[in-house]
Design a protein. Structure first.
Length: 142
């Protein structure tokens, strides 16, 4: 089988299409969650924390140095080196929201699967030998 035919069968089967749709939906969902957390959750957290703006929270390891020019030499500018823990806290909250939603979706899917399993009980078919033995047993009991 040629490579192209094999790839076509794989793509048509639905695995590739479903994966692509899941990827696009996941990316869009991530943007929605980020907007929700930054626009609605973090302001509430900020109010509860006494008006702290988490986007500005950082631990400066080295201050920024502006470029210095004098007659003898030019000292290049150096960027600030800092640990932005406020952004990290926001991203952790993003992750927790996504994890909660995924958990709820999977829980709902599992409940639907259980209902389907309970709704359709499969009764074993009694063979003719077992039916005959049951009749003999009942006749002997009389």
């Amino acid at each position: 089988m040629s490579f192209l035919k094999e790839f076509k069968e794989f793509a048509v089967r639905g695995n590739l299409t479903e994966t692509a749709i899941a990827f696009v939906m996941g990316a869009a969902f991530g943007k929605v969650v980020s907007a929700f957390v930054e626009g609605m959750v973090m302001p509430l957290v900020s109010v509860c924390a006494g008006g702290v703006n988490f986007a500005d929270k950082k631990w400066v390891l080295k201050e920024a140095v502006p470029e210095i020019k004098n007659a003898a030499a030019t000292i290049p500018a150096a960027a600030e080196v800092s640990i932005k823990y406020g952004v990290f806290i926001t991203d952790v909250i993003d992750f927790l929201v996504v994890a909660l939603v995924v958990f709820l979706v999977i829980k709902a899917m599992n409940q639907l699967k259980r209902k389907e399993e309970v709704a359709i009980p499969v009764l074993p078919e009694i063979s003719s030998t077992d039916l005959l033995l049951t009749e003999i047993r009942d006749a002997l009991k009389k």
